[in-house]
Every structure is written in structure tokens, then in C-alpha cells.
Design a protein around this ligand. Structure first.
Ligand SMILES: [Zn+2]
Length: 117
């Protein structure tokens, strides 16, 4: 990977991080404990509110997970270890990294992992 591509990946990671932190703060609002006060909940029933809260919590967990991946990728950039598959050490193809800059695995290892699951 050349320095332009690395720069692009770094920018993509920064953007992802920004988007994720915005999403996390909005999800944290929705995931707050359901208010018992009917007026605050409006016409939404308590059941609906709980369901929404559960969905928000599940999304929140996914966002935190992704954020973890993004931070991990940034750390690898700092350590000049970015762009290599964590399983087989092969170079991950730049188009793959540009599409998903927080990829840890090359395409081969990724599909091998997915088949195992
Ligand atoms: Zn690999």
C-alpha cells in the first residue's frame, strides 16, 4: 500500500470514528431507562418503549464493537503495522481496506472465518 492509500484509509477511519461516536451518543439517549411517566413517553406504550430501548442497546453494542475495531486499526497505523492480515500476514488488498478500513483479515482469511461460523 502506498502512502496515498494509507492516507485515504486513515481519513476513512477518522470519518468512521466520527460517525460512530455521533451514533453512539444518539443511541445512548434512546437506550436510557424507560421513563414511567406516561407524559414523557407520549403515546408510545411501555412495551414499545422497552422494545425500542432493547433495539437501541443492541445497536449500541454493535457500534461499540465497531469503534473498537476502528481504534485497533488506527493503532496499527501508528505502529506501521496497518494493511497486513492478522491471520496470515499477507497484505490486505487496498480496495478492500478502502471499502472497510477497519478490516483485520485479508479476503481469504475472512471468508475462511465466515465459513467456519
Ligand atoms: Zn489472511
Amino acid at each position: 500500500m502506498n502512502s496515498d492509500q494509507l492516507e485515504q484509509c486513515h481519513e476513512a477511519l477518522e470519518k468512521l470514528k466520527q460517525e460512530l461516536s455521533e451514533e453512539i451518543s444518539s443511541l445512548e439517549q434512546s437506550a436510557r431507562p424507560v421513563v414511567l411517566d406516561q407524559q414523557a413517553v407520549g403515546r408510545v406504550s411501555r412495551g414499545d418503549a422497552l422494545q425500542q430501548q432493547n433495539m437501541a442497546l443492541a445497536n449500541l453494542q454493535q457500534c461499540h464493537q465497531r469503534m473498537h475495531e476502528v481504534l485497533h486499526a488506527e493503532q496499527k497505523i501508528d505502529e506501521a503495522d496497518y494493511g497486513y492480515c492478522e491471520s496470515c500476514d499477507a497484505l490486505i488488498s487496498p480496495p478492500r481496506l478502502l471499502a472497510r478500513p477497519d478490516s483485520r483479515l485479508c479476503l481469504n482469511c475472512q471468508s475462511a472465518t465466515e465459513q467456519k461460523n
